[in-house]
Design a protein around this ligand. Structure first.
Ligand SMILES: N[C@@H](CCC(=O)N[C@@H](CS)C(=O)NCC(=O)O)C(=O)O
Length: 214
């Protein structure tokens, strides 16, 4: 049995992706709260000893340190035989949505939410720009999920877990009431939340919280 340790912090949707995947696979994980707000991931010592990319999350598997949620999710799917694709074409679809999520949806949403809720004086023009990009991403996802129950078909995969990462946090933080603005996305979140073992981000990732400015 693999021993998992996750370097994380509660507000991190990227950490939530891995914690949720492990929970849905019935795996125990030791959480290592990391002082992201205090700047520890920017220190040379942390980058030398934990992650040269300066990012959270880091997943330790029996002491082996892994980073980047997309390949980690794929690796966990393979090991635990859950949330992977059934064949080559499904695997391609999973990769397609994982790349899109990392480049677009998560990237813009994480930056926007951090600026909006956890930064003392965010620049309004920056917020406007990021919100425009997220609106575009959510419109794409909304349209896609009007035709499918899950990202690549009738079963949930790591593509869903990845795209969900930043969409389950409170609307006061994200600035999006998805039930009102994006009903297909909201219904998809409800389907994901009905999976056995699902838990909300702040239930799964306890620990000292960042100061919220709004
Ligand atoms: N693509 C990375 C993104 C990780 C990431 O951006 N994590 C945030 C915290 S949730 C971070 O450490 N940001 C630091 C930075 O961008 O400098 C992944 O999937 O693991």
């Amino acid at each position: 049995m693999t021993t998992y340790r996750l370097h994380c912090f509660p507000e991190s949707g990227n950490s939530y992706k891995l914690a949720l995947m492990l929970a849905l696979c019935g795996q125990d994980v030791e959480l290592i709260w990391t002082d992201f707000g205090g700047g520890v991931t920017r220190t040379a010592a942390w980058r030398e000893s934990v992650n040269e990319m300066g990012e959270i999350p880091v997943l330790e598997e029996d002491g082996l340190r892994l980073t980047q949620t997309a390949p980690i999710l794929l690796r966990l799917a393979k090991r635990h035989g859950r949330f992977g694709g059934a064949d080559e074409s499904q695997h391609f679809e999973i990769l397609r949505w994982l790349f899109w999520d990392n480049h677009k949806l998560t990237s813009y949403m994480a930056t926007y939410r951090f600026q909006r809720a956890f930064t003392p004086s965010p620049e309004p023009a920056v917020l406007d720009f990021l919100r425009g990009r997220i609106d575009g991403c959510l419109a794409i996802l909304e349209r896609h999920l009007q035709g499918l129950p899950f990202a690549i078909g009738d079963k949930p995969t790591v593509a869903d877990i990845s795209m969900l990462g930043y969409l389950c946090f409170p609307a006061e933080e994200s600035g999006y009431d998805l039930a009102a603005s994006h009903p297909a996305v909201s219904a998809w979140i409800d389907r994901m939340a009905a999976l056995p073992g699902w838990r909300a981000p702040y239930d799964l990732l306890p620990g000292k919280r960042l100061h919220r400015h709004r």
